[in-house]
Design a protein around this ligand. Structure first.
Ligand code: MF3
Ligand code: CO
Length: 256
């Protein structure tokens, strides 16, 4: 993984703004009765409108703008006409390519009809809070001189320290000229180990976790991974540029 020069970084930044705006539209449209394919369409339209293209088209055999997963599904869900129900835990994952530069991001939310706040929902809210916190803990480590293992162990500590599991077989990754580049960035590992980070590197940091078993199984559709024990899965991902002192987050949809 090469550090990107200032010009390359500026293109990644633009790619990230498009991804963040599309993720914002998608996340905000997730409501009871809305279908996964409608969310995919909203994201696709926004990406194209803003001058980007679908990065997932570069994955052989995949034609959607997003991956959408619900409840026990963890990653790589193909958008279908399934409609969201109150209490569903939904994750949207999307990536953009702009002038040849890729950015990748994902977020998870709880579909909830106003006024509902039973115990089951509170548990899901806590699960999501911890996943998001783990993402920011990992991101914070993406500074010059730190190592990949510092990101990994920060994520692992938060997730496992809260009693949840980090999925082992799916990892974050370098990103830039292509969607998936070196290095792999697991959500588990030893602080101080692994590749040394240099400012200018583009990383897709991902928190892929479950309430129960860390094992995932591939569904019969050939794409979707679900938790082996059917426990809830969550997914939080941002593309960042490693900084000298501070990391730059390119895909923060809440600021888009
Ligand atoms: N964002 C996903 C990841 O980094 C990529 C999904 S590729 C697809 O793992 F083909 F499944 F869409
Ligand atoms: Co990714």
């Amino acid at each position: 993984m090469k550090a990107r020069n200032t010009y390359e970084q500026s293109l990644m930044r633009k790619s990230g703004v498009i991804a963040a705006k599309a993720l914002k539209k998608a996340v905000e449209a997730i409501k009871v009765g809305v279908a996964e394919l409608e969310i995919d369409e909203i994201a696709r339209k926004e990406i194209i409108k803003l001058g980007g293209d679908l990065s997932y088209k570069t994955v052989p055999g995949y034609k959607y703008a997003t991956c959408i997963t619900v409840n026990e599904q963890v990653v790589h869900g193909i958008p279908t006409n399934r409609k969201f129900e109150s209490g569903d835990l939904v994750s949207v994952d999307l990536a953009v390519v702009y002038k040849g530069w890729h950015t990748d991001c994902a977020w998870s939310i709880l579909v909830s009809e106003q006024g509902i706040g039973d115990w089951g929902q509170l548990k899901k809210t806590k699960f999501l809070k911890i996943g998001e916190a783990a993402l920011w803990d990992g991101i914070e480590q993406a500074v010059d001189g730190n190592r990949v293992g510092d990101i990994s162990s920060a994520i692992q500590e938060k997730i496992e320290g809260s009693g949840y599991s980090v999925v082992r077989s799916l990892v974050g990754h370098g990103v830039g000229r292509s969607l998936h580049e070196d290095p792999e960035i697991p959500g588990f590992g030893k602080a101080g180990s692994g590749l040394s980070l240099k400012s200018g590197m583009g990383l897709a940091i991902e928190v892929i976790y479950t309430v129960g078993s860390p094992d995932v199984i591939l569904d019969s559709d050939g794409w979707t991974f679900s938790s082996s024990d059917k426990s809830w899965g969550g997914l939080f991902e941002m593309t960042v540029i490693v900084g000298r002192k501070e990391v730059e987050v390119l895909t923060d949809w809440r600021k888009a």
